[in-house]
Design a protein around this ligand. Structure first.
Ligand code: ADP
Ligand code: ASP
Ligand code: MG
Length: 402
């Protein structure tokens, strides 16, 4: 069997933890499996590197930031190979350049395009454990790129797909995917299984346990994932196309505090206004999420939208630069907002799910700022300081907990 095993930052956060991971991987290797290990940077290394960069430049060039951040993963893979060597097992660490993991050219948020699997296959045939840096790639200029925060999961899934692996295991600091972030809702329950579609929504809506692109890729290539703990041997959660065990209305609640809201006030109430507004934002590379347009009154209307808090400066800059053309009166921004979402394939066939979510918020005295829905989710925008309480109230009313 060929197994891809990915370990996150906490799982390799100290020399002891690295040793623990090495032992776990060697166990599989000694059973006769081919083992490819994907690692994140140790502990909070990536955060620390970003902080370090900001000490010399408040707006570090993205290329150089990637050059810096990719060193984090390089430390952990080298350490892991040394740990395995100390256990008497042959292992080789490889970075994105050595493997040849080709990505798009966009620094800080590149997408994997193609992976050469020759080097890895050759090392596996040579009876070595292969340890690969997560989160990084190389672009057409032969520069290092990164895949976005949390991107090591995507490296693992991409490798599993490229190598036609028999298993792809994502080891982290929780036992699996829960009905809500267990740090937010104490009574959250571990799911045995979850579908790609539900997991993709949860991951996109703030459940950081998996990088959303890793789920997208797993679905595309049919890679079954298991999310489990590196600190114990409990079963974990399967992420796959179909689930049988649990047929629940709602599979989880997600919280995303990275949202900001911008309201564009006093736009003309006529055709083409929304097009021009969102065209300006798209050209500034701002990803817009929830959108709300008010009813026109006296020939004017307001449009509000949310974006990631990292994008708000670019959004404001673009809107201000085009004030005349867009013809609005003023901008109003709200930064202390959060998105709370419920996700579940069951809601497609059950009316009243959104109403129940709003009831939970009403009972908790929490005001809703914006609402958006899809077939399998409902998202509300609320005050950030009420996010935890909202998640708990919703989780309780849907009776998701233990
Ligand atoms: P790693 O470094 O292993 O990639 P992450 O911090 O990226 O770990 O992801 C694991 C964390 O995701 C958990 O510690 C947990 O707080 C958070 N999390 C958010 N939502 C969920 C969820 N629904 N189920 C499990 N964990 C979640
Ligand atoms: N080390 C990177 C980060 O902190 C990638 C990852 O952890 O998946 O975002
Ligand atoms: Mg992660």
């Amino acid at each position: 069997m060929l197994i891809v095993k990915k370990f996150g930052g906490t799982s390799v956060g100290s020399p002891e933890r690295i040793m623990n991971v090495a032992i776990r991987c060697v166990e599989d290797f000694k059973k006769g499996h081919d083992v490819v290990v994907v690692l994140s940077a140790m502990g909070k290394t990536t955060d620390e590197l970003i902080e370090l960069a900001h000490k010399v430049n408040p707006k570090p060039p993205k290329r150089e930031l990637d050059m810096l951040m990719t060193t984090g993963e390089q430390i952990s893979v080298a350490m892991m190979a040394m740990a395995m060597d100390s256990l008497g097992v042959r292992a080789v660490s490889l970075n994105a350049y050595q493997v040849a993991m080709h990505t798009t050219s966009r620094y800080g948020n590149a997408r994997l395009k193609r992976i050469d699997s020759d080097r890895i296959r050759h090392e596996l045939e040579d009876h070595k454990i292969v340890i690969v840096t997560g989160f990084q790639g190389i672009n057409k200029y032969d520069d290092y790129t990164t895949l976005g925060r949390g991107g090591s999961d995507t490296t693992a899934v991409a490798l599993a797909a490229a190598l036609h692996a028999d298993a792809c295991e994502i080891y982290t600091d929780v036992d699996g995917v829960y009905t809500c972030d267990p740090r937010i809702v104490k009574s959250a329950r571990k799911l045995k299984e979850i579908t790609y579609d539900e997991m993709l929504e949860l991951a996109t809506l703030g459940a950081g346990v998996l990088h959303n692109r890793s789920v997208e890729m797993a679905k595309k290539y049919g890679v079954t994932l298991v999310v489990r703990s590196s600190l114990n041997y409990s079963e974990g959660t399967l992420v796959k196309e179909d689930t049988k065990v649990e047929r629940m209305l709602i599979s989880g609640v997600a919280v995303d505090k990275n949202a900001d809201r911008i309201s564009v006030i006093g736009l003309k109430d006529q055709p083409g206004v929304a097009f021009r507004l969102f065209d300006v934002l798209a050209k500034a590379n701002v990803n817009v999420d929830m959108i709300l347009q008010s009813i026109g009154r006296d020939g004017t209307k307001d449009i509000s939208f949310t974006c990631d808090d990292g994008a708000i400066d670019d959004a404001i800059k673009a809107l201000e630069a085009n004030k005349e053309r867009l013809g609005y009166k003023s901008l109003d921004t709200l930064e202390d907002v959060a998105k709370v979402s419920i996700v579940g394939a069951g809601m497609m066939s059950h009316p009243g799910v959104a109403a129940k979510m709003f009831e939970a918020l009403y009972n908790a005295g929490i005001n809703i700022n914006m609402i958006s829905t899809s077939e399998i989710r409902v998202t509300v925008l609320i005050r950030e300081k009420e996010a935890e309480r909202a998640a708990e109230a919703i989780h309780d009313l849907f009776d998701l907990g233990d």
